[in-house]
Ligand binder design. Structure first.
Ligand SMILES: NC(=O)c1ccc[n+]([C@@H]2O[C@H](COP(=O)([O-])OP(=O)(O)OC[C@H]3O[C@@H](n4cnc5c(N)ncnc54)[C@H](OP(=O)(O)O)[C@@H]3O)[C@@H](O)[C@H]2O)c1
Length: 229
C-alpha cells in the first residue's frame, strides 16, 4: 500500500482521489486550504479509514512549509497537486483583472513548484516517488482557444515547471508527470462537462499505476494517451 498526498482535496477531482485511494486501502494525507471549511472531506472521513486531513494553502509559501513540517520526513509514494483556480474564466485584454492574474499565478504555478520543493525529500524517500501536477489542455500550444489569459498562461507555466523538474530531478528516484484530467463535471468544469469526476480520478490513478522513471516529463490525458505539448 502507498502513502498518497493530495493537495486541493476539499472538492472536485482531489476529493474523488481521496475517496478512491482510501477505498483501495492506501494511506491518504488530504491537504485542504481551510481545514474548518472542508465539510465534504469531513463526510468522506466519517465513512473511510486511513485519511489524515492537513491544512495547506498552495498560494501561501508559509502554509506549504508549515504543512511539510507537520508531515515530517515520512516517505510519500504519490503526490498529486489538484489545487487550481480558473482565474475568472474568459476575459479580453480590456477586462483583465490583474490582481486575479497574480493570485492565479501563485495558486496554479508558483504554489506547485513550492510544494515540489517542500516534499522532494519525502518523494525520494519512497524510492520510486510520483509527483503529478494537474494542468490543462488549455496549457498546450496545440490547443487553440482564446479568451482565457489567466488560466491558460498560469497552467502553461506550471506544465513547464513539471518539465523542468523532470529534467532537474533526472537522477532522483522521482517521476514527474503532467495531467490533463479531462473536461470534468466539477465546480470548475460545470455540470455539462464531458466526463464524471469518478471517470477522471480513476483514469488518473491508472496512469499513475503505470508510470516508471522513463516516463518522467510526460504530459498525459486522463485516459492514458500522451497529450501533445
Ligand atoms: N474540471 C475540469 O474540467 C478541469 C479541466 C482541466 C484541468 N483541471 C484542473 O484539475 C484540477 C482540479 O480541478 P477541479 O475540477 O477538481 O476543480 P474544483 O472543483 O474547482 O476544485 C478546485 C480545488 O482546488 C482547491 N484550491 C483552490 N485554491 C487553493 C489554494 N489556494 N490552496 C489549496 N487548495 C486550493 C479548492 O479548494 P477550496 O475548496 O478551498 O476552494 C478545491 O479543492 C485543477 O488544477 C484544474 O485546473 C480541471
Amino acid at each position: 500500500m502507498s502513502r498518497v498526498l493530495l493537495v486541493g482535496a476539499s472538492r472536485g477531482i482531489g476529493l474523488e482521489l481521496v475517496k478512491q485511494y482510501a477505498a483501495g486501502g492506501h494511506e491518504v494525507i488530504a491537504c485542504v486550504r481551510d481545514t474548518q471549511a472542508a465539510t465534504l472531506l469531513d463526510e468522506v472521513m466519517t465513512d473511510a479509514q486511513g485519511i489524515r486531513k492537513e491544512g495547506l494553502d498552495i498560494s501561501d509559501a508559509e502554509s506549504i512549509s508549515a504543512a511539510a513540517a507537520r508531515i515530517g520526513d515520512q516517505a510519500i509514494d504519490i503526490l498529486v497537486i489538484c489545487a487550481g483556480a480558473v482565474g475568472g474564466g474568459r476575459q479580453s485584454l480590456d477586462d483583465l483583472d490583474l490582481e486575479e492574474w497574480h493570485r492565479s499565478l501563485n495558486t496554479n504555478t508558483i504554489g506547485p513548484a513550492l510544494v515540489a520543493k517542500a516534499f522532494k525529500a519525502n518523494l525520494a524517500a519512497s524510492g520510486a516517488g510520483n509527483l503529478m501536477i494537474l494542468t490543462s489542455q488549455l496549457a498546450a500550444s496545440t490547443w487553440p482557444m482564446g479568451g482565457m489569459f489567466i488560466y491558460a498562461t498560469t497552467k502553461a507555466a506550471v506544465s513547464k515547471v513539471g518539465q523542468i523538474l523532470a529534467l532537474d530531478w533526472k537522477d532522483d528516484p522521482i517521476t514527474v508527470s503532467l495531467m490533463h484530467p479531462g473536461w470534468v463535471q466539477t465546480d470548475m468544469g460545470g455540470p455539462h462537462a464531458q466526463i464524471t469526476v469518478e471517470e477522471s480520478a480513476s483514469g488518473i490513478r491508472q496512469v499513475i499505476d503505470g508510470l516508471s522513471k522513463e516516463d518522467s516529463g510526460n504530459f498525459y490525458r486522463w485516459n492514458g494517451e500522451i497529450h501533445p505539448w
